[in-house]
Design a protein around this ligand. Structure first.
Ligand SMILES: Cc1ncc(COP(=O)(O)O)c(C=O)c1O
Length: 409
């Protein structure tokens, strides 16, 4: 093995690529051809999206599934279905993709950020409870990287305060909390099928719920306010067009069939990394809560302590890792630091009264989010579909960088 870091011109540890994503085979090809030739490309007269909704809901142990154009829209629809809007507040973790908060703004409500736990990187239930005000209507938990948020605590808090609990499960297809699939442990959950996700049709989303009333409202909102069995041009409530196409439905049905086996491979590989990486000083994997019985692993996340790597910053470490042939994906910046919140632009979505109020939470320190944002390294999920040898090379690459970190100072 070369002892010169690849970033400095040495041989990379990994010379062969990791598995490519997305995975597909003749089943997708055949199914797409069938949709093409059927000439039924949209869901309303079609059967493919409907079938996928039922398959996905059953897989996630939920009564209902509503397919949506994407994961952001799924959040928008569910919040609207829960009646959230002007004057309301929704508690969200500071560490997440913008969609979790932008969907709240879309309804006209105020997203209130709270910090995460330092070990699982999911919303801190105690801080969520402290942020509750008379205006609070819901908490959105994000299952970060596939690891469920503390659903026991969050459910209990939501129940005690009469709030809705929404699970943003964009990262968590197949994840389980105490042996139950995520999504409908709270009042409703949303999923994304965007290109990097654990199942994909390029874009796509899903709402799951066990509540018949929520399902009825969400389904209507996603289809222009229509109601089942009623005349096509009758519109009963505010809605819009969030319908998935038959192309997406048919691809996602095939993707779902592959998920359980892929999930087993990701788990096996993550377990190996969980064992090996803590042996490297300065590397701490995202902690697995024993109540998380399956982590779907949208990413493998670990904390990087630069002190154990001659002080080289996270960004430089990531560049060195990429040069060794190990791909990474970016972590999320803290929500409260994003331009839309810093500039005050978000206030345009709020009622004048709420818009001019002081939103003190934006000035709070979010130390755990800050660490997660700037000091974690994310291995994208296709890496976890690799072989045991691939995983050994991930470990070897990190050790190599540590052993030679002084070169990069
Ligand atoms: C946590 C989280 N929520 C919501 C979304 C939105 O999903 P989409 O990209 O399908 O709109 C994403 C993903 O991109 C996400 O990572």
């Amino acid at each position: 093995m070369s002892h010169i870091l690849a970033i400095s011109g040495g041989e990379p540890v990994k010379k062969t690529p990791f598995p490519v994503w997305p995975v597909y085979d003749d089943t997708e090809r055949q199914a797409l051809l069938e949709v093409l030739e059927s000439r039924i490309w949209w869901r309303t007269p079609g059967t493919r999206v409907l079938a996928f909704e039922q398959e996905f809901a059953a897989f996630h142990q939920a009564k209902h599934g509503i397919a949506i154009t994407n994961g952001t829209a799924a959040l928008e629809v569910i919040l609207a279905a829960l009646g959230i809007g002007a004057f309301d507040e929704v508690i969200v973790p500071d560490f997440t993709f913008i969609a979790t908060a932008s969907a709240v703004l879309f309804t006209g409500a105020l997203p209130v950020m709270v910090d995460i736990t330092p070990d699982t990187y999911c919303i801190d239930p105690q801080m969520a409870e402290e942020a509750i005000t008379p205006r609070t209507k819901a908490i959105i938990a994000v299952h970060m990287g596939g690891h469920p948020a503390d659903l026991d605590a969050l459910r209990e808090i939501a129940k005690r305060h009469g709030l809705y609990l929404v699970e943003d499960s964009a990262h968590a297809h197949g994840s389980e909390w105490r042996g139950h699939k995520v999504g409908s442990i709270g009042d409703a959950g949303t999923f994304s099928f965007q290109a990097s996700k654990l199942m994909t049709a390029g874009e796509g989303g899903m709402i799951v719920t066990n509540d018949d009333d929520i399902e009825r409202k969400a389904r209507s909102i996603h289809d222009c306010g229509r109601m089942p069995g009623e005349w096509f041009y009758s519109h009963f409530i505010y809605g819009s067009n969030y319908r998935m196409t038959e192309w997406q439905g048919v691809v996602l049905s095939q993707q779902l069939k592959r998920l359980p086996a892929q999930s087993l491979t990701r788990t096996r590989n993550a377990e190996f990394l969980d064992k090996m990486l803590p042996q490297i000083e300065g590397i701490t994997p995202q902690q697995l809560d024993p109540r998380c019985t399956v982590n779907g692993h949208y990413a493998y996340i670990f904390h990087y302590n630069k002190q154990s790597f001659a002080g080289i910053p996270t960004e430089k470490f990531i560049q060195a890792l990429n040069a060794e042939g190990i791909p990474t994906q970016a972590s999320y910046p803290p929500l409260h630091d994003l331009d839309v919140f810093k500039s005050g632009e978000y206030r345009k979505r709020l009622t004048p009264e709420i818009a001019k109020a002081v939103h003190g939470f934006l000035k709070k320190p979010f130390p755990n989010t800050s660490k997660a944002a700037w000091e974690t390294v994310w291995l994208p999920q296709p890496v976890l579909l690799g072989s045991m040898e691939d995983m050994e090379q991930v470990v070897e690459a990190i050790k190599k960088i540590q052993d030679n970190a002084k070169e990069l100072v």
